[in-house]
Design a protein around this ligand. Structure first.
Ligand code: DX5
Ligand code: ZN
Length: 226
């Protein structure tokens, strides 16, 4: 059965106390680190030096989500920093196959992200070059937005194509994931769930992760049983 992973986003954490905030999610599968350049998205977060410090102290592996222009130039540096997984946006890459290979060659898992309105079909033939496909379920840039149900058919089509070709690519969803929306995303075929406000907005982030994992795993089991 496909494994259900919960990756909390530190976008909703207290940026002044990141080390303590990381300890609160030590039962997570990975920590989702949102890198924004105020160019690809209208918001600015952190860059490679801060990500390297997070990598040095984090109890769980890092899953970087690069919302930056010119990914071909900047993404490999994040793989060189030893991150477990590096995801770039298809819309920000001129040569996504070359870039995915470069990330893998540098020891990271290669992820590629699609904005809500970017179709998956032009990329289906390159799925074997990826470890993870990230289907954005909000417009990238900000935490706390509502889940876009309009992305569900794309998740379903991507899952069908991936399963049909027998390759083991994870499907990550990011944006508006709660105990309620995780069910729909998992039933559509996602298996890696990013949650910012649902985890860090909870009184006990660790317990919120457990609840999300339970809801996600239940829906994945139901989807497999169908
Ligand atoms: C949005 C980011 C997300 C964001 C998710 O551009 O990529 O990772 O932090 O936050 P929530 O879970 O609050 O929608
Ligand atoms: Zn993200």
């Amino acid at each position: 059965m496909t494994q259900c992973c919960i990756n909390p986003s530190i976008l909703s954490a207290d940026f002044v106390n990141l080390e303590a905030e990381l300890k609160r999610i030590s039962n997570a599968d990975a920590v989702h680190v949102d890198v924004m350049d105020n160019h690809f998205v209208p918001n600015l977060t952190i860059g490679l030096p801060v990500v390297q410090r997070i990598q040095a102290v984090s109890p769980v592996p890092l899953d970087a989500h690069l919302m930056i222009a010119d990914a071909d130039r900047w993404a490999p540096g994040f793989a060189d920093a030893g991150l477990a997984s590096v995801t770039f946006h298809a819309e920000a890459s001129i040569a996504p196959i070359k870039l995915a290979r470069e990330l893998r060659n540098r020891g990271a898992k290669a992820g590629m992200a699609l904005r809500p309105s970017t179709p998956v079909e032009p990329y289906l033939d390159m799925m074997s070059e990826l470890d993870m496909l990230l289907i954005m379920t909000v417009e990238p840039g900000f935490g706390g937005q509502a889940f876009l149900d309009v992305t569900l058919p794309k998740i379903r089509r991507a899952r069908a194509a991936i399963d049909g070709s027998g390759i083991g690519v994870a499907i990550q969803v990011d944006g508006g994931i709660t105990e309620e929306t995780i069910t729909r995303a998992a039933e559509a075929g996602a298996n890696v769930f990013v949650a910012g406000s649902a985890v860090y907005g909870a009184e006990d982030p660790g317990a919120a992760i457990d609840r999300l994992r339970e809801a996600g795993s239940r829906s994945l089991r139901n989807a497999t049983a169908e």
